[in-house]
Design a protein around this ligand. Structure first.
Ligand code: AMP
Ligand code: ZN
Length: 493
């Protein structure tokens, strides 16, 4: 039986404001879309936190034996500076400032994004579509929205008429905003814009003559609106109605509100059953953001090269630090907090390592492993509560220490259950890695190479040059270069 049949997962749905039982549309399958990065600069640690929240959610679904299609896009066009409709495209602006092709900007920061995710042990999504790869799909959606009378063309651009939409639907259903209040609180358009109402948003923008990123469309040579991209890519791969849509809290309005409106206008149905929003990582009490410079880069954490850091921290320690907070809580970054997380992470890993040295006995145990294990599941079933799961893992650390000191006993079967559960939650679900294992493997590799260097030296002393050359050449074949110097032979990997 798949594991999900024995667990009852609850998810906090931003749309209802309540924790709801998770019932997927197709039994045993989960379709999840998460808004990806706008690749115009390096991802900062705040972005990493949001993607990590969804990485753990993805991992838990997999652990529960669901078949998951996880789609996370790359925004490589259409995201306007300050998230508004009038102004420069974030990627085009960066390309202008750095005198690069926009696609060079996109390539550079997509590569950076992938490297960071790899370093922080993220699972790759099932599909990673790009906005520029889905222009045709976006144009088709715009045509449909125009056909309903809710989309309108003005001077080569196309906008979504939120006032008209709101006559039959609820614009504000996700964010709780009220359109009358929104209209009352915005300045008049002063004839500056082609929009009918200030709240209308762009589906298609006509490109200025100097604008490089442009595609032909029935309305103009131009480019799509940011909100439209996610509608096109989510529905293409997950259908018009899918299980989960996620992103950072700051995307709830206008981005996700507009996605719902586009879908409703186009298909007559609300696209998503569970809207999930991850909360922000702050620094000095303020949101980490690319635009304000109030941020830390993930690479700086790993190298320690940032004034607020007392030293470097590993990717797993950073993961552990982030997962000690629930994804819906704000988390403030500080050196003290990550130093404390490092201590906790090491304590946990020591216990995981010690587990393999513990032997079972026939004596009865007062530790109830089955109940402890269910408490771990209960934590994750309660809207992916990683801090409670980590607290349960520290209960396990306490048990391990009692077992180590001989103050407790454990049966063969319980030990097996205990070890399997700890490994599953620590490595598969939280995505931590045992860095000590990696370090000790490196030490072993160094030892083996040094042993071969010793054998090669001996072969040379014996004038067995065939053997000494063979050792050198085969190491080169493995990408290991030997360097003979005055102080002996060294190597580089
Ligand atoms: P962007 O590249 O700006 O579109 O952002 C990519 C993702 O990171 C979005 O889901 C944002 O909501 C999220 N994000 C941006 N800033 C932060 C932050 N300070 N903390 C957590 N998530 C963030
Ligand atoms: Zn999006």
């Amino acid at each position: 039986m798949p594991l999900y049949t024995s667990q009852s997962l609850k998810i906090y749905n931003s749309l209802s404001g309540e924790k709801e039982n998770f019932n997927p549309i197709h039994e045993g399958n989960v379709g999840m879309y998460v808004c990806g990065p706008t690749v115009y600069s390096n991802v900062h640690l705040g972005n990493v936190r949001t993607f990590m929240s969804f990485d753990v959610i993805f991992r838990y679904f997999l652990h529960l034996d669901y078949k998951v299609r996880y789609v996370r896009n790359i925004t490589d066009v259409g995201h306007i500076v300050d998230d508004v409709d009038e102004g420069e495209d974030k990627i085009a602006k960066k390309a202008r400032l750095e005198q690069l092709e926009p696609m060079e900007v996109v390539q550079r920061y997509t590569v950076d994004f992938h490297e960071i995710l790899k370093a922080f042990n993220f699972l790759p999504p099932s599909i990673e579509p790009t906005a520029t790869g889905h222009i045709i799909e976006q144009i088709e959606i715009i045509k449909k929205i125009i056909d309903t009378g809710i989309g309108y063309e003005a001077n080569g651009s196309v906008y979504f008429d939120v006032v008209k939409y709101n006559e039959t639907n609820n614009y504000g259903v996700l964010s709780g905003r009220n359109i009358e209040d929104m209209l009352a609180n915005t300045r008049d358009l002063d004839g500056q814009s082609d929009k009918r109402n200030p709240q209308d948003f762009a589906l298609w923008k006509k490109a200025e003559p100097q604008h490089i990123m442009r595609w032909p469309s029935p309305w103009s040579d131009g480019f799509p609106g940011w909100h439209l991209e996610c509608t096109a890519m989510s529905t293409k791969y997950l259908g018009n109605h899918f299980d989960i849509h996620g992103g950072g809290m700051d995307l709830k309005f206008p981005h996700h509100e507009c996605e719902i409106a586009q879908n409703e206008a186009c298909t007559g149905q609300s696209p998503v059953n569970y809207w999930m929003h991850a909360n922000m990582l702050t620094l000095n009490g303020k949101k980490m953001a690319k635009s304000t410079g109030n941020n830390i880069l993930p690479g700086e954490i790993l190298s320690g090269e940032n004034n607020i850091l007392s030293k470097a921290f590993s990717a797993s320690v950073t993961r552990f630090f982030m997962l000690q907070a629930h994804y819906r809580s704000i988390l403030d970054f500080s050196d003290d907090a990550i130093v404390a997380a490092e201590k906790g992470y090491k304590r946990l890993m020591e216990a995981v390592d010690a587990l393999s040295g513990i032997s079972a006995s026939h004596n009865t145990s007062s530790i109830d492993i089955a109940s402890w294990k269910q408490l771990c599941y209960d934590a994750m079933n309660d809207d992916f509560n990683t801090p409670i799961l980590i607290a349960q893992l520290f209960e396990a650390v306490r048990y391990v220490n009692l077992l180590k000191e001989g103050k407790e006993t454990i049966s063969e079967e319980d030990l097996k259950t205990f070890t399997t559960a700890i490994n599953a939650f620590v490595f598969d679900v939280l995505g931590l890695s045992d860095e000590k294992t990696a370090d000790s493997n490196n030490d072993k590799l160094d030892g083996v190479i040094n042993m071969l260097i010793g054998m090669r030296n001996q072969a040379r002393a014996d004038k067995n040059f065939a053997l000494s050359d063979q050792i050198r050449d085969q190491l080169i074949g493995l990408g290991i270069q030997l360097k003979d110097g005055k102080e002996g032979t060294s190597f580089s990997l």
